[in-house]
Every structure is written in C-alpha cells, then in structure tokens.
Design a protein around this ligand. Structure first.
Ligand SMILES: [Zn+2]
Length: 450
C-alpha cells in the first residue's frame, strides 16, 4: 500500500494513531492489475481454443490441430511461455486420472482426464493455495458425441482464457501464498477433472484458501434478450456438505446457516469488486450453482474446501451445449461471435484482484470463538496468526443482511469485547489484517465461551 505523506497524516489525525482502524484501505497494485488484463489476449486465446474443433474429453488426443490433446498441449505451452518470462515462476504439470464407462453414465469410453496445472509458489506460505480454474473441455448437443464440432467458445474457453490471462498478469508480482491457475477437464461428463485435482490437493495436504471456478464468463446477451455487460454472479453454497452432526446441532443454537466458508469467500469477492471495480454489479447467489446444474467448484466443496462459481449473469441456452446449426431462423452453437471479450476481461480482473489480495493476505485466524450470552456485550477470541500481521478485524452484520455491514480493527490481540453490542442481534466474524493492509477471509465462530 502506498499513501502520500499528507494522507497518512490525515489518517493519523483522524484515527489517533490507530492507523488501520477506519481508513478504507486500497492497494494501487490492484488497480494496476485490473488495467493489465487484456481483452485482446483473451480474444486470441478463446479463438485458439475454439479452433481445436472439439475439446470433448473423449476426442482425439493425437492430432496437433484438433481435439482435447492438442488443446491441453497448447494450454501447457502457454503456461510455460508465461513462466519463461518470470524466471520460471510457474511450476507447470499435468495432473490426470483414468476414467472408464463404469465411472459414470456419460463416459463413452476409457480415457485420461487431464488437467493442466500452473503453480506460482508463495514466498512465505508456499503450501497455502488460492486457485483459479477454467475448463478445457467442451461438448456438442449430445455429450457422448466426441467428434462433432463443439467450439465451446463461451463454455468454457472463456473461463480457460481468463485463467491463462490471470497467470500472465499476476506472474509479474510476488505473493506470500501460492496461486494455482488450472485448466480442468471432464467437466461436461461429470466434474471429473475437479474431482481429480481436489483429491490431489487433499492427498498432498494443500492448505486451500479457496477456488474461484470460472465457467462461462463471456456472454452478455441473455436468451430472453437482456443485454448486460456489468452484472455477474458469484454462486456459493451456504455451508459445507462435510459438516458433522454435532456442527449441525450447534448451528441451531448459535447460528451460521448462511456463513459457511464458501459464502465467506463469495462475500470477500463481492466486497473487493465493490471497492476496486465499482462499475460492476456483482450478484451474490445463495446457492451452490444454477438450479439443478453443476460446476467444477463442487468437487472441491465436496471435500470441505471453500469454492465459488464466477459466471455471467444472463445465460443464452441457444449458445451452450448445442450443435452449430440454424433451425427455424434461430442460430444455435457456442461460437466465438457469442463472446464479449471486454466483459470476459472484466470478470478475469475480478478473479485477478481477489487472487492477489488473498495471496498477499496473512492466513485467517484458525479458531474463532464467541461469547456474550445474557450479557450486554459480545466477546470474541481467536488463535494468533504467524506472519506479518498488523492485527485483526471483527466484522458484524444484522442477521438478515447478506454482506458484512460493520467492522472494527482491534489491533494485534487475540480477544476483544465489543461493548454494547448484543450478541443476539448480529452475526460476527474475524479476519486477520496484514501489515500491507490485505485481509484474510472472515472466519465465522466455530465455538463458544462464557
Ligand atoms: Zn457446459
């Protein structure tokens, strides 16, 4: 964070030396990052990916011009190109799992489901990972059909191109935590790539901050005719599916029905977009995904990791999962002409600033507890956090409010009492604040004390 001397003096005068307490912190680097995301690069990459004809997970793997094999080799070479320009800052590799028709209803034959992973290692917390994903694979009308053209320009070359572009931009910076840029495969046949990488993360004991799954970030013309290049959706499930019976029982008495880890990640993204990209209209969607449909954040949620889906606000069903054709005057097919590159750039920037902020932030407090039953004040305590921590911020909001409404920086302490704030009337959380001003995700209390 850079502030002019005058601004610093103003803050000191206003806040009585508690520098962080009331100032709205902004980091100029996040504005730079927004500006560095290029619609032209994204357009180039979407055209390239759509040009592989089909990227069906079961399509050709030998050709260099057509099929998923050519697509993943090209994605890998793009990550390697980026890495060569940042002193090999990316560790690029394939992570793969073998699937057979016994593994699901939509698997026409045996094949490797291959993800392309690029890891930018953190300088301070290399085992903490924030992940951005797009999908490599595409599909035609019939998902079992792996030969018909399926350019998948929006679904999901847009998310894949955004992920490559975020790597290009963010690889110019150093981060304290690691960032993973990944192209996942096997999405259309049953979320196999996400499942494979989530299991890989678990097996390797990755400390996953969260995954920002990008699936369709380029369409601005809804099937109903609405045109909107400012709104987008952040899908998050309310609570993890891995919770225990005890946690479920506790929630009945202490709250937390809409305060799971994925929801906190969604709130974080929403908050950063409002601060840094005020022209955008982020929509918090209080559900795992679209009604009855899925995406690649889900296998991460299944294993207890935080994860959200970032997506356009207005879908066009004539342009997804459709063979290219014209019927009764209506054009079908997921072709490049249906993608708005400036909008995809905006949503890529949404990802980039949140990846950066999370990777610059200290770890969240591991354990937060709350007290204040039949008392006039609310008490919170938490575990200390190692690293360049300036202190902690307590957040609270009305029980019906979707976003955190109030916050107080309380310094580098591990307990605090909010005098006169009655526990019954609000929901509370605690975040760690780095010396650089960046904040961790908010942690909802998981225990109580008297
Ligand atoms: Zn799809």
């Amino acid at each position: 964070m850079k502030l002019s001397p005058r601004k610093i003096l103003t803050f000191i005068a206003l806040s009585g030396l508690t520098f962080y307490s009331n100032a709205q912190e902004t980091d100029q680097r996040l504005y730079e990052i927004i500006d560095e995301v290029s619609a032209d690069s994204i357009e180039h990459d979407i055209r390239k990916l759509a040009g592989f004809g089909t990227r069906n997970t079961f399509s050709d793997t030998v050709s260099d011009t057509r099929g998923i094999g050519a697509a993943r080799r090209w994605i890998k070479s793009e990550f390697e190109n980026i890495s060569s320009k940042c002193d090999n800052c990316l560790d690029v590799f394939y992570q793969k799992d073998y699937v057979t028709p016994e593994d699901g209803e939509r698997i026409p034959k045996e094949a490797w489901v291959v993800n392309v992973v690029a890891i930018q290692k953190g300088t301070k917390y290399p085992n903490r990972y924030v992940i951005m994903s797009g999908d490599i694979d595409s599909r035609a009308s019939n998902t079992m059909d792996f030969t018909t053209d399926a350019p998948g320009a929006n679904d999901n070359a847009s998310g894949m191109a955004g992920t490559i572009e975020a790597a290009r931009v963010l690889s110019k910076y150093d981060f304290e935590s690691s960032i993973i840029y990944v192209g996942l495969s096997g999405e259309e046949q049953g979320l196999f790539g996400g499942k494979g990488l989530a299991e890989y993360a678990k097996k390797n004991n990755w400390d996953v901050i969260g995954i920002l799954n990008n699936d369709m970030i380029g369409n601005i013309e809804g099937v109903d005719g609405v045109i909107d290049n400012r709104s987008f959706r952040i899908f998050s499930e309310p609570i993890p599916p891995t919770e225990t019976e005890r946690e479920r029982r506790m929630r009945r008495f202490y709250g937390g029905e809409v305060d799971g880890i994925s929801r906190q990640l969604a709130r974080y993204i929403h908050d950063h977009v409002e601060t840094y990209m005020p022209e955008m209209n982020p929509m918090m969607i209080y559900r795992l995904d679209r009604f009855g449909r899925g995406g690649h954040h889900r296998p991460f949620n299944d294993l207890g990791f935080a994860g959200v889906r970032i997506m356009e606000a207005h879908e066009n069903y004539n342009r997804q999962h459709q063979d290219i054709r014209t019927e009764n005057g209506i054009k079908y097919g997921d072709v490049v002409e249906g993608v708005n590159f400036d909008y995809a750039k905006k949503l890529t920037a949404v990802n980039a600033i949140n990846l950066a902020s999370l990777a610059w932030a200290p770890p969240a407090p591991a354990k937060v507890e709350i007290g204040g039953i039949v008392e006039p004040s609310t008490k919170l305590r938490w575990d200390a956090v190692e690293g360049d921590v300036a202190g902690f911020k307590i957040y609270w909001r009305d029980t019906t409010a979707p976003q955190w409404q109030n916050s107080r920086f309380v310094g580098n302490v591990t307990e605090f009492t909010l005098e006169g704030i009655v526990i019954d009337n609000y929901l509370f959380g605690v975040a760690a604040v780095g010396k650089n001003g960046h904040e961790s995700l908010v942690v909802f209390p998981s225990g109580t004390f008297r």
